[in-house]
Every structure is written in structure tokens, then in C-alpha cells.
Design a protein around this ligand. Structure first.
Ligand SMILES: NC(=O)c1ccc[n+]([C@@H]2O[C@H](COP(=O)([O-])OP(=O)(O)OC[C@H]3O[C@@H](n4cnc5c(N)ncnc54)[C@H](OP(=O)(O)O)[C@@H]3O)[C@@H](O)[C@H]2O)c1
Length: 257
């Protein structure tokens, strides 16, 4: 069903993992999708190929989310290629290095804040006029259930996600008058490269090892997260803004991630 026909979505960090899942889903729902990536152009190209092979519309755009000049140029290019943007999914992200609060350098705190909170603000600085003019605009940011659990050795990541959540909740109030909905999707552990690295580092395990003890007998997938995003940007969620949806099977892995 082309419920998003006529809409243009930017999905950051869409070359793999959760972002890839979101890009595929929004394209399947009818949106034209800007597949953003930082380094891996080949992987982003595969996502574009998969979407276009299925009859959808997608173009890849290289831009590091923490480089405002690059994200501004990307929005210009998306406007030119696909049309005005009405959906921004801020998903690109990196984990922190696993040090304790005072053992973490100021540079690392700033770097994580830059990727998860300041970068998305920079992207929105350029894209927001499009979203306002669209009548219906959507911003969805991918946070993490760590904001609730604050696990040890993850302060830069969790702090940056908490900052991101405040940006979204503030935006929801500021932009409601312009028809923009701003919401948060917060997964627990997801089966991606990042998820796999975290499980290895914190528990010396693989994602497969955790399936049986996970909610519903499996680890969350990018498609699970994409489903929540697809609902939030759909007509069905037209009266929902400033909210956070946890996609963590009811919780369990907070101690790991
Ligand atoms: N996996 C989990 O267990 C989990 C749980 C909760 C929340 N999350 C959140 O979900 C989001 C996606 O995570 P994931 O597991 O899919 O990660 P992933 O498998 O490591 O993929 C990260 C994606 O983000 C891109 N990226 C990284 N830094 C970027 C930057 N500075 N600018 C633009 N793109 C950048 C990467 O592009 P390149 O490949 O080109 O570098 C890649 O497409 C993140 O925000 C993460 O914090 C993940």
C-alpha cells in the first residue's frame, strides 16, 4: 500500500542496520527515500538497488551527520533530485568506547553529542522549511532504551541520546503549529553490526546466543524498529507527537545495552 506516496524521506545512516531497514520500509510504503551514509557507498548503493528493483524510488547521499556543511549540501541535493523533504528519520549513530564517566575524554563526549544531537539539529536547520511547507512533516529520531537504564561505561552514548530526546520533545512543541510531528523510537538490543559488537564486548557472546533468553525468543530486528517508524509517519499517527515508543520487547537487555 502506497500510504506515503508523494512524500520524500531522508533516512540517515541507511547503508546498513536499522537505517537500512527503515529506508526499505518507507520506500515499500511509497516514499521516495534519500539513503544517507557516511563511508560505505557500496552498501548504500545496494540499498538503493534493492528499493529501485522493487519499483521504489531512492538515491544515495554521502554526508557525515556531524558535518553541517555536508548535511546542508545533502538536503539541497535531495530537494533537487527527489523534491521537498517531508520526513526526516535521524538514525545515524555510533556507540561510545566503553569507558567510565571520568575516564572518558572531553573529545569523546563532544563527538557523541555531535553525532546524536547536534548533527540532527544541523540537518533540520536546512530541512525544516520543507517540512513546514508540506502540511504534514515528520521527524523521527532513533534513540535507545539506555536513556532509561543508564548502563555503566556508556555515558557519552546515553548522554547524547538523552540530549537527542530533549531536542525531539522541544521540537514537537515548537513545530506543532506548522503541522510537524516529532517523535522518538527507542530500541533495545537490535541485530545489527553495532548490536553484535556490543554483545561481544559486554558479554563475550553472539547475537545468536541471546535469542532464546530474549523477549519473544529472538533479538529485535531492524524491521521491528522500521515498523514503529512507519506507523509514526503514517496517517494513523497523525495526532501523535512528542512521544517515545520503546521497541525492546518489554525490556530485558538493558544491562547489556
Ligand atoms: N544496534 C543496537 O543494538 C541499537 C540499539 C538501540 C539503538 N540503536 C541506534 O540505532 C541507530 C542505528 O544503529 P545500527 O545498530 O543500525 O548501527 P550500525 O549497524 O553500526 O550502522 C550505523 C549506520 O550509521 C551510519 N553512520 C555512522 N556514523 C555516521 C555519521 N557520522 N554520519 C552519517 N552516517 C553515519 C553508518 O554508515 P557507514 O556504514 O557509511 O559508516 C551506518 O549506515 C543508532 O543511532 C544506534 O545508536 C542501536
Amino acid at each position: 500500500m502506497s500510504t506515503l506516496a508523494g512524500r520524500v524521506a531522508i533516512v540517515t545512516g541507511a547503508s546498513r542496520g536499522v537505517g537500512r531497514g527503515i529506508a526499505l520500509r518507507l520506500a515499500a510504503d511509497g516514499a521516495a527515500v534519500a539513503v544517507n551514509y557516511r563511508r560505505d557507498g557500496a552498501a548504500a548503493g545496494e540499498v538503493v538497488k534493492e528499493i529501485t528493483a522493487g519499483g521504489g524510488v531512492a538515491v544515495g547521499y554521502r554526508a557525515a551527520i556531524d558535518d553541517e556543511a555536508a548535511t546542508t549540501a545533502m538536503v539541497h541535493a535531495v530537494r533537487r533530485d527527489l523534491g521537498p523533504v517531508s520526513i526526516v528519520v535521524s538514525n545515524a549513530g555510533t556507540a561510545s568506547r566503553g569507558l567510565d564517566v571520568v575516564g572518558t575524554s572531553r573529545e569523546e563526549y563532544l563527538s557523541l553529542l555531535s553525532v546524536h544531537a547536534l548533527g540532527p539539529i544541523g540537518l533540520l536547520r536546512e530541512a525544516l522549511p520543507d517540512l513546514r511547507a508540506a502540511g504534514r512533516g515528520d521527524v523521527v529520531m532513533i534513540s535507545s532504551n539506555t536513556v532509561a537504564s543508564a548502563p555503566a561505561q556508556a555515558a557519552p552514548y546515553t548522554m547524547a541520546k538523552a540530549a537527542m530526546e530533549i531536542v525531539v520533545r522541544t521540537l514537537a512543541r515548537e513545530e506543532r503549529q506548522h503541522g510537524i510531528r516529532a517523535n522518538i523510537v527507542a530500541p533495545g538490543l537490535v541485530a545489527t553490526d553495532m548490536g553484535s559488537r556490543l554483545v561481544r564486548a559486554s558479554a563475550g557472546a553472539t547475537l545468536g546466543d541471546l535469542a532464546e533468553s530474549s523477549p519473544f525468543g529472538r533479538v529485535c530486528t531492524p524491521e521491528d524498529v522500521a515498523g514503529a517508524v512507519a506507523w509514526l509517519v503514517s496517517a494513523d499517527a497523525g495526532y501523535v507527537t512528542g512521544q517515545k515508543i520503546l521497541v525492546d520487547g518489554g525490556g530485558r537487555d538493558a544491562a547489556i545495552f
